[in-house]
Write a protein that binds this ligand. Structure first.
Ligand SMILES: N[C@@H](CCC(=O)N[C@@H](CS)C(=O)NCC(=O)O)C(=O)O
Length: 234
């Protein structure tokens, strides 16, 4: 097994088990995608808390792995060819872990791309739009007098919930009977929209019963319950 010493991130967050996959994260909607995936697959890993209150994500050690300065990020000592693989962007990490373990991604090539398509809708649409709605509804943006930006993100979030609602009609999960990385990417964001962002009423969540039903099934999974708490908050 190659040493991880060449990776500056291990100076700030030492690897106590360098043979295990290293996770640098925080239990936010993007962060928990990866901890839930790791819990679902059963891969051994070591998690490290990245503290935003100390701007850890902007430290040179963290930025040496992710120049974009955002969690989650991983360092897999046993990457392709047996070499360590550093990786950032939650969608890329989910695809990597699905390929590595052969889990949570359909094997059929067509269905694999269909799963990636829904994963990309989360990455490019649901995450950014719900995130902006959170800013304008709960954080600094809520004090802005001009409500047009907030209303734009409400409308776009509702539209995206409608896309999900129609997809889930008659399906247990986004990919039907297969629970996949598309669900692991999407439902932490739906949960956050209703919970932490307190925007359930604003988007009229009662109009999206299929989304709510699938969210409930998602949070009832034991691996999801564990992943939502990793890394532990201080
Ligand atoms: N597209 C990225 C987004 C990552 C992201 O926005 N992470 C947030 C937490 S959910 C973060 O690190 N925020 C810290 C900051 O902006 O300083 C991904 O999916 O990995």
């Amino acid at each position: 097994m190659a040493s991880l010493d060449a990776f500056p991130i291990t100076r700030k967050w030492p690897a106590h088990h360098p043979d295990r996959l290293q996770l640098y994260s925080r239990p936010t909607p993007n962060g928990v995608k990866v901890s839930i995936m790791l819990e679902e697959t059963g891969l051994e890993y070591e998690s490290h808390a990245v503290r935003f209150e100390r701007n850890d994500q902007l430290s040179p050690e963290f930025m040496s792995l992710n120049p974009n300065g955002k969690i989650p990020a991983i360092l897999d000592p046993a990457g392709p060819g047996g070499k360590p693989l550093p990786l950032f962007e939650s969608g890329a990490i989910l695809i990597y872990l699905a390929d590595k373990t052969g889990q949570l991604m359909p094997r059929d090539a067509g269905r694999r791309y269909e799963t990636i398509q829904w994963l990309m809708l989360q990455m490019g649409g649901i995450g950014p739009m719900f995130g902006q709605l959170g800013f304008f509804n709960k954080f600094a943006g809520k004090d802005y007098e001009d409500k047009r930006p907030r209303d734009r993100y409400v409308a776009e979030s509702k539209r995206l919930l409608g896309v999900l609602e129609r997809r889930l009609a008659g399906r247990a999960w986004i990919m039907g009977d297969d629970y996949t990385i598309a669900d692991i990417a999407t439902f932490p964001w739906v949960r956050n929209l209703i919970g932490f962002y307190e925007a359930g009423q604003l988007v009229g969540i009662e109009n999206f019963p299929q989304v709510t039903r699938t969210l409930n099934a998602f949070v009832a999974r034991a691996a999801v319950a564990r992943g939502l708490e990793i890394p532990q908050r201080d």
